[in-house]
Design a protein around this ligand. Sequence first.
Ligand code: FAD
Length: 439
Amino acid sequence: MTPPDDTTPPEAAAADLVGIGFGPSNAALAIAFEETAPHTAGEPRSRMAFFERQPAFGWHRGMLIEGATMQVSFLKDLATMRNPMSRYTFMQYLKTKDRVAEFINSKTLFPLRVEFHDYLDWVARQFDPVVTYGAEVVALRPVTVDGVVAHLDVEARVTGDDGEHTVVRRARNVAVGTGLTPRMPDGIQESRRVWHSSRLMDRAATIGDAPRRLVVIGAGQSAAEATDYLHRTFPTAEVHSVFSRYGYSVADDSPFVNGIFDPKAVGAFYGAAPEVKRQLLGYHENTNYSVVDLELAESLYRTSYQERVLGQQRLWIRNMSRVVAAAEHADGVRVTVKELATGTSEVIEADAVVCATGYAPSDPLPLLQDVVGECKRDDEGRLVLGRDYRVATSDAVRCGIYVHGAGSEHSHGLAAGLLSNTAVRSGEIVDSILSVLAR
Ligand SMILES: Cc1cc2nc3c(=O)[nH]c(=O)nc-3n(C[C@H](O)[C@H](O)[C@H](O)COP(=O)(O)OP(=O)(O)OC[C@H]3O[C@@H](n4cnc5c(N)ncnc54)[C@H](O)[C@@H]3O)c2cc1C
């Protein structure tokens, strides 16, 4: 731990809660804090602050593909499962948009992704006074009082119209909700024509109207969506979908299995031995990882088959194959595809390559480096989290550090990185914060 430092001037009195990132996880936390914190210590809103590095609210904007739907029921919004009476539910959003009846008539639990984004944005706007956008948190500095870390100074680099400056906010509790970081395939870097799927929509708009050949790497939902999107958007382009599986595997969202995302499953998972946790993650990874919605897989199959019948193949499924090199040159990308069964390689001259190769949880350790020596870690070096998502620390740390979202999957299970349990989890974290503040 670095030496005590209580000299950094906080820009306001210590907040009860400072959140890093303002995606769905911390937005749900803001709601839970506002709805639960007692007003005796002042307006809950005046006691919380959030920093978000994007210039405005955005939920996976690069994948807001027209027609793509949510993979979770709208009832698993930011509030309903914790507090169905909340003013921040999806139903309240529909009411303000005058679409309740029409949504019901659509007979679905799974709204369009663009609609859910609009809902999240509607929530986020209501919290504008407590969120600083364009603000990347770069450090958490311990503030020591009477020999213990009582506060953390959350240091953010803020980029605005007037350039860059640093903001520091002192916190009694910090909630790390930094989500996911795009993962590129080994040996392949992002470039002008090689993109991660998280930037699909923006980058696809830059390649002109008539690309000849496009390559998508990956076999998960994002890969299938990118393949479908490029095929529809560029009606003269060949789209080559390259993956090492035999075929797209389908996501298991059957009711018994879906229970793994229920709040009570989180408790069961948390209490299980490490070996059982590993088994459960293995058994049920096909609920979320490298799997595709059945409807989309069937639709791609139909397209590919129909093109074969007509002798006009544009969609090429290159299964049991791996992209081993992608070399960008002035006019395109030379993509080397190795067929795994035969070991032979083929070169595809592509206009662009989309790497739909998934995400890793954003690592909270670099942010915590000034206190990490006081944080408990497991055998694999990961932070040990309590059931309440609080980082286990030595007695030298009194302030709360909470890690939720994808960064807590190892301890809390598959729901951690998804929306399913966000509302309930936020309530649990707020209860923990309030019980510590009340001591
Ligand atoms: C294309 C796509 C579709 C998905 N669809 C679904 C779905 O239908 N259902 C479902 O349950 N899940 C879905 N997911 C999973 C997804 O992880 C969750 O929906 C959700 O985004 C998790 O919210 P979060 O707040 O934890 O993380 P994020 O949404 O990733 O938000 C984290 C935020 O933190 C910010 N941030 C990161 N580091 C810093 C820093 N140092 N300083 C300041 N800000 C920072 C980021 O800019 C980001 O806005 C999808 C994921 C993807 C990629």
